[in-house]
Design a protein around this ligand. Structure first.
Ligand SMILES: Cc1ncc(COP(=O)(O)O)c(C=O)c1O
Length: 326
């Protein structure tokens, strides 16, 4: 280490933005308004807040706290670590972990009162052994109604619900499923999934049921069941293709603006690529503004490689592209 420097000992470090390559300003008021709007549209169903993946990249602590203060008492996170973090800010909330429980995580679930969402037959068997050893604990069951992604197979889940020999201590606090085409309201696949899920809800009579994320909320009350799970719509994203057709009023607001440093504009010599693998480019010679952000910054990927309007000054806002936050 150098012993002497040219810096005055009175010099302070620059503030965060002088060091950080990019700044994300999140309007938590708009986030809360959007979530409340989704709650209003959920009618009599309770409305959870989905804050998985660090609240869609906007910050679990700030977004989680704002939503908790706005009245959210059911939260969905992606992984157990997020649940542990959120527990600090949402002391009496029910926190569901969408990826379920994996060996070695038992203590985290019990000590932080987190609810694993059981996503497979293997996890169900594991969860049975965990509760046999550590005592009963709430869980949720994700049933696959046609997405072929996560969940117990439909018929197996129904058989399980009707199995009189299953341990009485095993009592899920939620059965849920996920629509794959909710963003396409005209798709007949929505009704097919709805009908499958109605069978599940009937088999687990008395257990609260949840089918809809943001898009499903717009499909109407039949899809709401007991609990809705809006994520992207609360963050200002477009949940439904052709949303205008649904006559949304008010339309959920975008919640964040991003700013970063811009490099001086320059003119490209000719048609040139502007992205990896040259998948996007400039058709001809024209002025180019470049923004100093890295691929790991929380800036929508759809902006990469596209022409962005030249910024009048450094650190001016980049228009958000909410539909890519997901
Ligand atoms: C099971 C589940 N529920 C709810 C959500 C929230 O979905 P959306 O962001 O479309 O509202 C997600 C997100 O992928 C999810 O996986």
């Amino acid at each position: 280490m150098t012993e002497q420097t040219d810096f005055d000992s009175e010099d302070t470090y620059p503030d965060d933005f002088d060091i950080a390559p990019v700044r994300l300003t999140v309007d938590l008021g708009a986030l809360v308004d959007n979530w409340k709007e989704m709650a209003r549209r959920s009618g009599t169903a309770a409305t959870a807040a989905v804050v998985k993946a660090d609240a869609y990249g906007l910050g679990l602590e700030d977004c989680g706290t704002a939503l908790y203060e706005a009245g959210a008492r059911d939260f969905f996170v992606a992984v157990v670590q997020e649940g542990v973090t959120l527990r600090t800010y949402a002391p009496d909330a029910r926190i569901y972990v969408l990826s379920g429980i994996w060996p070695g995580q038992e203590r985290l679930f019990y000590e932080n009162d987190l609810v694993p969402v059981i996503i497979s037959e293997e996890q169900l068997a594991f969860w049975m052994s965990v509760t046999a050893e550590h005592g009963d604990h709430p869980c949720a069951l994700h049933v696959d109604t046609g997405f072929n992604r996560l969940g117990l197979p439909l018929e197996e889940a129904i058989a399980f619900a009707e199995d009189v020999s299953r341990p009485a201590s095993f009592s899920p606090v939620l059965v849920m499923s996920h629509l794959h085409s909710g963003d396409s309201p005209a798709s007949p696949l929505n009704r097919a999934q709805l009908e499958s899920f109605q069978r599940v809800a009937a088999a687990f009579e008395g257990v609260p049921a949840s089918l809809s994320a943001s898009a499903g909320i717009f499909l109407g009350p039949e899809y709401h069941f007991d609990l809705t799970r809006p994520g992207i719509a609360a963050y200002g994203g477009e949940a439904v293709n052709g949303m205008k057709g649904l006559k949304l009023s008010p339309r959920p607001k975008p919640e964040s603006c991003r700013s970063a440093r811009h490099l001086p504009a320059r003119r490209s010599a000719m048609a040139q690529p502007t992205s990896f693998r040259a998948t996007a480019g400039l058709p001809s010679s024209r002025p180019v503004t470049r923004t100093a952000i890295s691929a790991r910054c929380p800036v929508p990927a759809c902006r990469s490689g596209r022409a962005v309007r030249p910024a009048p000054s450094a650190s001016s806002p980049i228009p958000a592209c909410p539909s890519s936050v997901g």
